[in-house]
Design a protein around this ligand. Sequence first.
Ligand SMILES: CC(=O)SCCNC(=O)CCNC(=O)[C@H](O)C(C)(C)COP(=O)(O)OP(=O)(O)OC[C@H]1O[C@@H](n2cnc3c(N)ncnc32)[C@H](O)[C@@H]1OP(=O)(O)O
Ligand SMILES: O=C([O-])CC(=O)C(=O)O
Length: 378
Amino acid sequence: MIEYIPGLAGVPATESSISYIDGKNGILTYRGYSIEDLVKYGSFEEVSMLLRDGELPDKNKLDNFKNILHKRYEVKRNIRSMMWSLPANGHPMNVLQTTIAAMATFYPDAGAQNPDSVYTQGALTKIISNMSTLVAMWARISAGYDPIPPSRGMSYAKNFLYMSFGEEPDDDIVKLFDACLILHAEHTINASTFSAMVTASTLANPFASISAAVGTLAGSLHGGANEDVLKMLDEIGDAKNARAYIKNRLKNKQIIWGMGHREYSVKDPRASILQSMIEDYVKKSNMHFSKRFETALEVERICEDLLSSKGVYPNVDFYSGILYAEIFKIPQTHFTPIFAMARSAGWTAHWHEQVGHNRIFRPAQIYIGSNFRNYSKK
Ligand SMILES: CC(=O)SCCNC(=O)CCNC(=O)[C@H](O)C(C)(C)COP(=O)(O)OP(=O)(O)OC[C@H]1O[C@@H](n2cnc3c(N)ncnc32)[C@H](O)[C@@H]1OP(=O)(O)O
Ligand SMILES: O=C([O-])CC(=O)C(=O)O
C-alpha cells in the first residue's frame, strides 16, 4: 500500500544544488553562500548568475551579464499593446502571467532540447530582464499614466524604481531594494518553483514554465500572502487591538497571514533581515516606527505566545509589505509581482536544472471513487 502524504510534506521530489534550507536553525544558502552575506556583499545581477551558473562571477563575466540583462529591459511592441487592451483594474499578477506566456511567441525555438544554446539562454535572460519592465509598466498603466521607458545604464533594482516613479532613486534606497530582490530570488522547491519544474518536465518552453510559476506564486498561501499581511495589519489598525484580533481569528480556525512555513520551525531568516532593514532605515532617517510596524511587532509577540508550540513564526511575507509600502511607496497589489520578478532568477535556474536531468513528473494517486458500474440511463 502506497502512503498518501497530503501536500507532499517532506517528500523529496528532486535533487538540486541551487539552494538549501536548514529549517531548525533558520539558515538559507544559495549555492552554499548565506543570504546574509549575499545581501551584504552582492547584487541581484550577481546572485542571478550565481543561481544560474553555480559560481560567483568574476568582474568581466558580471559586467558582460549586466550588459546583456540591461539591454533586454525593453518589452516587445506587441506585448506592450496587448497590455493596453487589458482592464486597468486587472491584478498585476494576472497581467504578468499573461504577458510572460505571450512572450513565448517571440522565442518559438527556446526549449529543453537546446537549454545551453545562446538562443535559449537569451530567452531565460529576457524573462528576468522583462519581468521588471512588465511590473513597472503595469503599475503605471493601471494608475492611468504612460509607462516610463527603461534606462539601460541602470542596475536592475535602480531601473525598476526609476520606471515605477520616473525619478532616479537615492543609492541607499537602491541598495535596500536590491537586498529585497536578493532575499526573494530563490527558495528550494517551493510551490511556484515546483510548478515551474512540473511544466519544464514535459519539455514545454521556459515561458510556459515561468508563467505557470507566476500563477502559482499569486495564491494567498504562497507569495500572495504579502498583500494579505498588509490588509490584516490595517484591519487590526493599532497594536492594542492585536491580541483580541488574533485570538478571534484562531478561535474561528482562520490563519494568520505571514506566519508559518512548511520548512522552518523557527523564524524565517529572511523575515529577520527584512525586519532589521525597516528598523535600520527608520533609525537612520530619524523617523518613528509606523503604527503598522508597531502592530506587526505586537502580532509577532502574540503569535509567539499562541503558536510557537506549533513552530509557527513569521515567514518572508510578514515584513516585506511594510517595507514596500512605507519605504518604497509601492502599492499593495504590486508586492507579489515584485516577489515574482526577483524569483524569476530562481525559477529560470530550476528550469535549466530540471531539463538537465529530466524525467516527467507524473506522481501516483490513490483512487477513492466508486467501484466499476454498468451504464444505465437515469
Ligand atoms: C513565500 C511563502 O510562500 S511563505 C508562506 C506564505 N503563506 C502564509 O503566510 C499563509 C499563512 N501560513 C500558512 O497557511 C501555512 O503556515 C503554510 C501554507 C505556509 C504552510 O502550511 P503547512 O506546512 O501545510 O502547515 P499546516 O497548515 O499543516 O500547519 C501546521 C499547524 O500550524 C498551524 N498553522 C500554520 N500556519 C498558521 C498560521 N499562519 N496561522 C495559524 N495557524 C497556523 C496549522 O493550523 C496547523 O495546526 P494543527 O496542527 O493544530 O492543525
Ligand atoms: O518555500 C516555500 O514554501 C515558500 C517560500 O518561502 C518561498 O517560496 O520563498
